[in-house]
Design a protein around this ligand. Structure first.
Ligand code: GTP
Ligand code: MG
Length: 348
C-alpha cells in the first residue's frame, strides 16, 4: 500500500512524513531518497501477528508494510512543469494523505484549514479535468479518422467530465473511481483520501468546517510534536505521550485510518517457519490472496485451508482447530475475511 502525501506549500508535509516514518525504536524504516521523492517504509502494527508468533514460534516474522511517498516538488500555483512533476509523483499513490496547516509560525498568517482544503482539492479536480478532456478529444479525433472508439471508456470519461465540471471529485462516484477501464488514468480525485489536520502542539481538536465532506476521513495530528516524539528513544517518548495525552502515535492512527479509507484487510500465512501478514482489499478472493503471496500459488491453486484468527486463538493451534472441524476448505472464489489464516494448496 502506497500513500502519497499532498498539501499546499508549507502545510507541514515533510514534518508529517518524518512523524510517520521517523518511527520509534521498534519500527523498521527504510528511506530511499530518489531524485524526485522520498519513500519511507513502515510496518503495520498488528497485535495478532504477535499472538501468531507465540503460537507458531517461527524463525521469521514479517509484518505488513505501508509505504509513504513524499514528493519533492511543491505544487506551484500556476500550471508549470514543477507542478506536473509534483502530481506525477502523487499519482503513484494508492491513496492520498492531504496535509492541512492548522498551526501558526512566527510571521505566518493565521491558519485557514477549510479554504486551504478546497484550494488543493480544486487543483486536483482541475488536473483530472484536463486529463479526461484530452483523452476525450483524442477519442473523437481517432473516431473521425475511422478508428472505432471504445464506447465504454468514452461513456465513462464523459461521466467523469460531467462530475468534474461541477467541481466534484471522482471519489464521490464509485462507478467511476473504481472502474477498471479508467484505472490507467490514475485520476487523482478518484483516489481515497485521508485528511490530516496538522495542529499546533497544544491543540487537540478538529476544526469545525462549514461544509461537510461526504467521503473523506479526517484526523488531527500534531505534526511537529509527533515528529519530535518519533525521533526520541522509547522511554523518553513514553513520557511525552503521557504529558501530551497521546494514546496512539500518529503512525498507528494514520495507518489505521488509511486501511479503513482504502478498505484494506489483513490475512496471515505460515510458510517455511515464517509468519507473515499480508494486505489485501475487502472483497478479494482466495485466488487474489494466493497471487499476492506467490504467482505459483495462484497458477496452481487447488484449495485454500482457512482458519479464522478467533478460532486459532480458541483452539491454540491449526491442528486442534482442524480436529474440531473449524478449518474450512475453500475454493478460488472464497472472499477473504480480515484475520484469516490461510494455507494454500497448490500444484505446479
Ligand atoms: N507549530 C508548528 N509548526 C509546524 C508544524 N508542522 C510544521 N511546522 C512548521 O511549518 C514549517 C513548514 O513545515 P514543512 O514540514 O517543511 O512543510 P512542507 O509542507 O513540507 O513545506 P514545503 O515542502 O516547503 O511545501 C516548518 O517551519 C515547520 O517547522 C506543527 O505541527 N506545528
Ligand atoms: Mg517539504
Amino acid at each position: 500500500m502506497k500513500l502519497a502525501i499532498t498539501g499546499l506549500p508549507q502545510s507541514g508535509k515533510s514534518t508529517i512524513f518524518y512523524a510517520l516514518t521517523g518511527a520509534r525504536g521498534d519500527d523498521e524504516v527504510r528511506k530511499a531518497s530518489h531524485a524526485e521523492q522520498t519513500i519511507g517504509t513502515v510496518r503495520v502494527a498488528d497485535e495478532r501477528v504477535g499472538i501468531l508468533e507465540s503460537i507458531y514460534k517461527p524463525k521469521k516474522t514479517t509484518y505488513a508494510q505501508v509505504e509513504y511517498l513524499l514528493p519533492s516538488n511543491v505544487p506551484a500555483v500556476t500550471q508549470s512543469k514543477a507542478e506536473n512533476l509534483f502530481w506525477n509523483q502523487v499519482r503513484l499513490g494508492d491513496a492520498l494523505i492531504h496535509v492541512i496547516r492548522n498551526f501558526q509560525t512566527p510571521g505566518s498568517s493565521p491558519p485557514t484549514p477549510e479554504p486551504d482544503y478546497w484550494r488543493l482539492e480544486e487543483e486536483i479536480i482541475l488536473n483530472d479535468l484536463m486529463v479526461s478532456e484530452k483523452r476525450l478529444e483524442r477519442i473523437e479525433l481517432d473516431n473521425k479518422r475511422g478508428k472505432k472508439p471504445d464506447e465504454e471508456e468514452r461513456a465513462l470519461l464523459k461521466s467523469c467530465l460531467k462530475l468534474l465540471e461541477e467541481n466534484r471529485p471522482l471519489r464521490l462516484d464509485p462507478n467511476l473511481s473504481e472502474a477498471p477501464s479508467l484505472r490507467g488514468f490514475a485520476f487523482l480525485s478518484a483516489k481515497p483520501q485521508l485528511i490530516v489536520i496538522n495542529n499546533d502542539d497544544e491543540n487537540e481538536s478538529l476544526p469545525q468546517w462549514k461544509s461537510s465532506l461526504e467521503t473523506s476521513e479526517m484526523l488531527v495530528v500534531r505534526g511537529r510534536l509527533e515528529m519530535e516524539i518519533a525521533s526520541m528513544a522509547p522511554e523518553e517518548a513514553e513520557e511525552f505521550l503521557v504529558a501530551y495525552n497521546i494514546e496512539k502515535s500518529a503512525l498507528d492512527r494514520v495507518i489505521r485510518s488509511s486501511y479503513h479509507a482504502l478498505r484494506c484487510i489483513s490475512f496471515f500465512t505460515v510458510i517455511n517457519e515464517e509468519v507473515r501478514a499480508w494486505t489485501t482489499t475487502e472483497g478479494a478472493s482466495a485466488l487474489d490472496a494466493a497471487g499476492a503471496v506467490h504467482s505459483d500459488m495462484k497458477k496452481g491453486f487447488i484449495r485454500a485451508e482457512v482458519l479464522s484468527f478467533e478460532n486459532l486463538e480458541k483452539y491454540g493451534s491449526f491442528q486442534e482447530a482442524k480436529k474440531s472441524g473449524d478449518v474450512r476448505l475453500e475454493g478460488k472464489a472464497y472472499t477473504v475475511q480480515d484475520g484469516d489464516i490461510i494455507q494454500f494448496r497448490f500444484n505446479v
